[in-house]
Ligand binder design. Structure first.
Ligand code: DLL
Length: 444
């Protein structure tokens, strides 16, 4: 059960476990030496810990390598952790961070080739064939989703419709006119699209030709999968990735829909206890830690993702041996993912407090089925509210502009009278995630 008619890079997709491990070991040893020799941060960390690259000779030695975290990348703003001269970089991407300093990631020409191959395999393993029409509704820009899905589709030999995000009416018309085979977007946008098709008078099962959906960048439930599959009559496949690890294309579901295969010839995965950092036995739930095995521009050793999941190392019914992430169970930090965009509540707070006249009590409400997925309620500063200068319209405009500038997504803002929001003695409940509410209600 391969999920596609023509296999792309069959050798890599169907590697046996023994061959995967052998290749990983060879690449790990080489990568550690490369990172040590070319990234001063790694040389310093290794020296501080009293270990040498020559101490890493087999896969079991990986736990000796120091971790890398998101702050390490932020500390190297703007060019990131570079192991090559800047002139060898052919692409940068960036994602937002807690402090407002973006995390920048970089790629050499060879890195772009590897990413293109990973993404082509990702499409293919999920059921996409060369020649298919791929409608790419991930955002194009600094986010890795748009350009990552674009390049991969071309490498596989598909025809890409680079529609990017938004403009739902046009999106649906193109899907109909071109009889798109594969839809790539966030699962929340897929749900929105399925509802919008009906609103515009289409029957999503009859009028469209969709066979596969490439959905990722945010957590989604089995209920959401059922609903999208049922609406469009397609196979809704989960895709995992993160900017630091090229972008999308780290792991993908095969048609068995029983876990996401991690492309292990390129990524070494470990599961750790997020509190102690200790490596957990196979099959236990913990934080995923990745080492990229051939990355040139920006090698990352034991990168802590903050994503919590279980990894399954058994052979899959599709015949692939690449270990599977049994869906992401959540994150160990407070990052929210809204419509595929990473948002930290602390960013929202900082943007709000930047506006004079805004008070310090706020609430963030996240919903999945509406276009304005983020709704922020904030109290006006008491003194300002009671003064003659109070101008509601001006304050709303200013605060909204500050918010949009840091978030990169549309957020709806509402000003409240001072003292309206509930106060708590303990930790304030700043975020109300209605997506979790929906899931709870939908569960039998
Ligand atoms: O979201 C890359 C991507 C784009 C993946 C398109 C899939 C599709 P970042 O913006 O750096 O990169 O966000 C990475 O998003 O650490 C997870 O917490 C979350 N995430 C990504 N894919 C999934 C998924 C892209 N399938 C962060 N399920 C990661 C759950 C996901 N969470």
């Amino acid at each position: 059960m391969y999920g596609c008619v023509t296999m792309f890079n069959e050798k890599a997709q169907m590697m046996k476990l023994k061959d995967i491990r052998e290749l990983q070991e060879k690449r790990l040893v080489k990568m550690v030496r490369y990172a040590y020799d070319n990234v001063p941060m790694y040389k310093k960390r290794f020296n501080e810990k009293g270990i040498k690259p020559s101490d890493i000779t087999k896969l079991e030695d990986a736990h000796k390598i120091p971790f890398t975290v998101k702050d390490d990348l932020r500390d190297h703003y703007p060019y990131g952790i570079l192991a090559v001269p800047r002139k060898e970089v052919v692409r940068f991407h960036a994602s937002s961070g807690t402090t407002g300093t973006p995390t920048v990631v970089s790629y050499t020409r060879k890195d772009m080739e590897v990413w293109g191959d990973l993404m082509a395999r990702t499409y293919n393993a999920a059921g996409t064939d060369p020649g298919d029409i791929v409608q790419n509704a991930y955002g194009y820009g600094l986010f890795t989703g748009g350009l990552g899905f674009h390049q991969g589709a071309e490498v596989l030999g598909c025809a890409v419709l680079p529609t990017s995000t938004g403009n739902t009416k046009k999106q649906i018309k193109m899907m109909y006119d071109f009889q798109t085979d594969v839809l790539a977007c966030t699962p929340s946008y897929a749900i929105y699209l399925s509802e919008a098709t009906k609103k515009f008078g289409y029957d999503p099962r009859e009028d469209f030709n969709l066979k596969v959906g490439m959905f990722g960048a945010e957590p989604w439930s089995d209920e959401a999968r059922e609903s999208i599959q049922e609406s469009f009559g397609l196979k809704a496949q989960d895709v995992y990735g993160m900017s630091e690890l090229y972008g999308p294309g780290v792991a993908v579901e095969c048609p068995a829909q029983n876990g996401l295969h991690i492309w292990s010839d390129q990524f070494l995965v470990e599961t750790i206890n997020p509190e102690t950092g200790e490596v957990l036995p196979e099959g236990e739930k913990g934080e995923l830690v990745f080492t990229m095995l051939t990355r040139e521009a920006m090698p990352l050793l034991r990168y802590r993702t903050k994503d919590i999941a279980v990894v399954n190392y058994e052979e899959c019914e599709c015949g692939r041996y690449h270990p599977r992430i049994m869906r992401i169970k959540g994150r160990s930090d407070d990052m929210l993912i809204v419509g595929g965009v990473n948002v930290f509540p602390s960013q929202i707070e900082a943007a709000l407090l930047e506006t004079e006249g805004i008070g310090e009590h706020y609430q963030i409400i996240v919903d999945r089925d509406v276009l304005d997925k983020l709704f922020v309620k904030v109290e006006v500063d008491k003194e300002y509210y009671e003064s003659d200068q109070y101008d509601e319209e001006k304050l709303l405009k200013e605060a909204s502009e500050n918010l949009t500038a840091v978030l990169n997504i549309r957020a709806r803002l509402k000003l409240l009278e001072p003292g309206t929001l509930p106060r708590t003695v303990g930790k304030a409940k700043r975020v109300i995630d209605l997506r979790e509410e929906h899931d709870r209600i939908e569960e039998p």
